[in-house]
Each structure stands twice: as structure tokens, then as C-alpha cells.
Design a protein around this ligand. Structure first.
Ligand SMILES: Nc1nc2c(ncn2[C@@H]2O[C@H](COP(=O)(O)OP(=O)(O)OP(=O)(O)O)[C@@H](O)[C@H]2O)c(=O)[nH]1
Ligand SMILES: [Mg+2]
Length: 496
């Protein structure tokens, strides 16, 4: 679809009867096709760009022939939306007249446009990047003034500029990593592990900060979306029921009970929220037996749904099991990684504190909170028990505080995004987190980390940097595969 160069036609105005309708053409044969149905008062051939012609659409040939007054707006490529010749026929909004006009344009050689095909051509011609193309749809669908303002900011290219500058820096770091690969058999210091690690960590933090400051254009006027995420069985559904004040989510001792997103509205001090319970995040997909494809697909699908919920959320409650947290410090690494890369502001929730000696107010819980703060990348930490209700008020207060802080950040200079963009930023942040870990000096027990300078260290670093570049490139469409593009444009209306 993206590369077609034939001439397309579609009705650009809403369906039904109206005072006027617009039929739009784009492509190399647009002028010739228009000339087959429209009789201008002056010749069309020499019409300059952004000029119009009055004239008439000849309704039918033969004795019933009637001319209907119409006008034609001419936008010559490359100074047009698609950078091709674009023509708009403005005519009385009679569905019968519009249908006959389109049929005759098709008979003259035009083809009916697919949804979003005009914008897809604008994208393919470099007129818009992908984020701006998505903004076009957001502008059309905006339901309120604030949504419209946010969509217009996305259309202005503000997000794309931020992304491009991050990609430039990533490319420079990648170039140095690749140089280090070329010189790896010689003692030439091209890139030290410390230097690469520090820049990768800076870039990771900037990507995450950008995502956290951003606002979903489709949701600026609605309730704030809060997601509960964490490993299976940590008590997400139990907390969901507590916060929502209803026994809606199924709670069992079996890990992996929740498979789908479950949503419920609730309020804290009059502020409305939509809370989402999600399937537990787990690495277990990789651990499943190779033959167990059905379970693997089930796990992968649940995992993907949780990631999609995360990308749409304005606040994340990352839940861990407090008993496991105190007993197994190696479980902290996962949480640290999650909190370093989440695109939304986060509250770290230590649940099941009733299982600790003396509950959520006791010294063991205090110790757990203190160690969690060290790992939480600045996110507030709250100790709770979904079973007894302890700490729930503190959790509600932390939710409000974190959102207010997030709101201030966003109000200052946050870019407008759609959920897909946040997901891409998260993928980039995860790759950069792995790049940062690669560059850390190895501890003696674990053996040397594969940092630059070690065997294949530069190759691994380059791999992660390329993944981050590709993930960010998906936002602007620089690295988007054809099927992703087709999916996005298929969500457009016909005629845009
Ligand atoms: N002691 C104690 N048990 C809890 C608490 N919260 C949840 N549980 C128990 O932990 C088990 C898992 O709880 P769920 O709420 O289903 O956990 P989940 O995180 O939603 O699990 P998945 O949907 O499988 O990912 C159940 O047996 C709960 O009764 C708590 O605060 N204290
Ligand atoms: Mg659950």
C-alpha cells in the first residue's frame, strides 16, 4: 500500500446528505481523471497549485444530462499533502451524486483509496513522519479541546524532534562501539566500558524521563489510568479488589490466575481513576518446554496484553511480595530493572506485610521499605497487606502524591504521545538498561561482565544499541516494517 503510485479517490466528507461533499483524488493521473467528470470554466491543464476552478459535474450523458455546479481545488505536487497532484472536488452533498461521481472517476482510471491511504502517501513521501501521521488521526478523532490541543502538538513534530536527537546520540555511541569492534584485536582505546556504560545509562534515563513526562493524546480529558503489575501471585488481584472496593478479580493461590486485563473505576478523595489488574509479568515463557507451544502462546499473549496496559497507564503500582523481598535479595534485580525502564510514574508496593514479623509497621517491614527505596529509582515505596487492609490508606496517599508530581512534570514540557510511542520508549529503555549492565565491571563470583574490552563485549553492546535505535525509530517510522505501517494506517478513516 505504501509504495503504490496509481491515482486514488475517496469521499473525504462524512457519509450522508449534506450541503456540500468533498471527493478527493491523489496521484499522477488526478488531473486527467477529474477532467472526465468536471467541466471547468477555464482549462484545468494550466491551473497552478492552490488555485480553484468553478465549473460543473455532468451528471449523466444522453437526454437526462444535467450539469450540477461544483468547484475544484487544485494542489500540485510536490506542494500538496501527498506530494502528488491532489484535487478536491467540492460538490452538493447528495449521496447519489457523490456515488456517481466516484464511480465515474474510477471508470476514468482512479482506484478507491484504502483507509488512511492519503496520509500513508504523505508519510511515504516524507511529508510527515509516522508520529505525525498518527497525530492526523488523533486530530480528527479529538473529542474535546484538550485532546485537540494535545493532538496538534503531536502533529507539530515536537515528539519527533526529541526522538531524533536521542537517536542521533545513540548512533554516535553505536559508531564508537562499532569502531571498538574493528579495533578489538589492537590495543587502541576507542571506548572504555565506563564511558559507554555512563552514556547508555544517561540515554536510558532520558528516554524514561521523556516517556514519564508524556501525555497520551487520546486520553487527556478522561479518568487517570492506574495499572497493577508484578510477578504472578504477589497479590495484584487482592489489591485490585481492596482499592476498587469490590470482589471483582479472582484471587487464588495458583500463580498465573489473572490472564486478561480487568478494569474498575474508583476514586480517592474525589479524584476518579480507572484501575487495571493485569496478568503477572514473568520470564517463564522462555522456560517452558520447547514442545509446549500452546502454553507458550498463552503466556506470550498474556504478557503482551500486560505490556499494552502498561503503555497506556499514567501511573503504575509495581507490586512485590514483601516476604520474598526480605528472604531473597536476588529478587531485587528484576524489580530494579522494571522500575528503571517503566514509562509511567510508579509506586513500589510491598504486599503481604502481614506475613512479616509484626506486620507492616514492624522493624522487618521498615527494613524492607528501606532496602526497597535503594532500588526504586526514586519511586515511593509503601508496605501494605491486601489481606488485612494495613497500609492501604498510605498507598492511596502515595498514588495521589505521585500523580500530582507527575502532573507538574507533564504540565511543564511533556510531549503528547499515543500509547504505541510509550511502548517503543519502554523497549528502548530496556535495551539501554541491558547495555548499561553489559558495561558494569563484573563481580568476582559471577566472573567478568562482557563489557567493552572483554570478548565480544562491543558486539553485545552494539546489538543492544541497535535495538534501542530501532525501537525509537518505530515511533517516527524510520525503522517500521511494512506490516506495522499497514496496521497503523488501517485504523484511519477512508478519505484521510
Ligand atoms: N498473607 C497474605 N496473602 C495474600 C495477600 N495478598 C494476596 N494474598 C494471597 O496470595 C495469593 C495470590 O493472590 P492474588 O491476588 O491472586 O495474586 P495475583 O498477583 O493477582 O496473582 P496472578 O493473577 O496469578 O498473577 C492468594 O492466595 C491470596 O489470598 C496479603 O496481603 N497477605
Ligand atoms: Mg491476579
Amino acid at each position: 500500500m505504501i509504495c503504490d503510485t496509481d491515482t486514488i479517490v475517496a469521499v473525504s466528507s462524512p457519509l450522508g446528505s449534506a450541503a456540500r461533499a468533498i471527493v478527493r483524488l491523489s496521484g499522477p493521473e488526478a488531473v486527467r481523471c477529474a477532467a472526465a467528470v468536471f467541466v471547468p470554466d477555464r482549462p484545468l491543464g494550466d491551473a497552478e497549485t492552490y488555485t480553484s476552478r468553478n465549473g460543473a459535474v455532468a451528471l449523466s450523458s444522453g437526454p437526462l444530462r444535467a450539469d450540477v455546479p461544483a468547484s475544484l481545488l487544485v494542489m500540485r505536487g510536490p506542494r500538496s499533502y501527498t506530494r502528488e497532484d491532489v484535487l478536491e472536488l467540492h460538490l452538493p452533498g447528495s449521496p447519489a451524486l457523490v456515488a456517481e461521481t466516484v464511480a465515474r472517476l474510477c471508470a476514468a482510471g482512479a482506484r478507491p483509496a484504502s483507509p488512511g491511504e492519503f496520509t500513508a502517501r504523505a508519510f511515504a513521501a516524507g511529508r510527515l513522519d509516522l508520529a505525525q501521521a498518527e497525530a492526523v488521526m488523533a486530530v480528527i478523532n479529538a473529542a474535546g479541546r484538550r485532546e485537540l490541543a494535545a493532538a496538534s502538538r503531536l502533529l507539530s513534530g515536537e515528539l519527533s524532534e526529541c526522538i531524533e536527537s536521542l537517536v542521533d546520540r545513540l548512533r554516535r555511541l553505536l559508531a564508537r562501539a562499532e569502531l571498538a569492534i574493528d579495533f578489538s584485536d589492537q590495543q587502541v582505546p576507542v571506548l572504555s566500558a565506563a564511558e559507554a556504560g555512563a552514556e547508555a545509562a544517561r540515554l536510558r534515563d532520558e528516554v524514561v524521563a521523556l516517556a514519564r513526562r508524556s501525555r497520551d493524546v487520546t486520553h487527556v480529558d478522561g479518568d487517570v489510568r492506574v495499572a497493577l503489575v508484578g510477578r504472578p501471585n504477589v497479590g495484584k488481584s487482592s489489591l485490585f479488589n481492596r482499592l476498587a472496593g469490590a470482589e471483582r478479580a479472582i484471587v487464588t493461590e495458583v500463580a498465573g490466575t489473572t490472564r486478561d486485563e480487568l478494569r474498575q473505576r474508583f476514586t480517592i478523595d474525589g479524584t476518579p481513576f480507572v484501575l487495571s489488574d493485569t496478568a503477572g509479568l514473568t520470564e517463564a515463557v522462555a522456560d517452558l518446554a520447547p514442545g509446549d507451544d500452546a502454553r507458550r502462546r498463552l503466556h506470550a499473549a498474556a504478557h503482551a496484553r500486560t505490556l499494552a496496559v502498561l503503555a497506556r497507564s499514567e501511573l503504575v503500582l509495581a507490586v512485590v511480595d514483601a516476604a520474598r523481598w526480605t528472604a531473597d535479595p536476588s529478587s531485587h534485580d528484576d524489580v530494579e530493572r522494571l522500575l528503571a525502564t517503566l514509562a509511567a510514574p510508579t509506586v513500589l508496593v510491598l504486599n503481604k506485610c502481614d506475613l512479616l514479623p509484626l506486620g507492616s509497621g514492624g522493624p522487618v517491614a521498615d527494613g524492607a521499605v528501606a532496602s526497597a527505596r535503594e532500588t526504586s529509582h526514586g519511586a515511593p515505596v509503601v508496605a501494605v497487606s491486601a489481606r488485612t487492609g494495613e497500609g492501604l490508606d498510605a498507598l492511596r496517599a502515595a498514588v495521589l502524591r505521585t500523580l500530582r508530581r507527575g502532573d507538574l512534570d507533564r504540565a511543564a514540557d511533556g510531549p503528547a504521545v499515543v500509547a504505541r510511542h510509550r511502548q517503543c520508549m519502554e523497549t528502548a529503555a530496556e535495551a539501554l538498561e541491558r547495555a548499561t549492565l553489559l558495561c558494569r565491571p563484573g563481580d568476582d563470583d559471577a566472573g567478568p561482565a562482557p563489557c567493552p574490552g572483554a570478548d565480544h563485549g562491543e558486539e553485545l553492546l552494539a546489538l543492544e544499541l541497535r535495538e534501542a535505535i530501532d525501537a525509537l525509530g518505530l515511533i517516527t517510522g524510520r525503522s517500521s516494517p511494512e506490516d506495522v505501517l499497514n496496521d497503523i494506517f488501517a485504523g484511519f478513516c477512508i478519505g484521510k
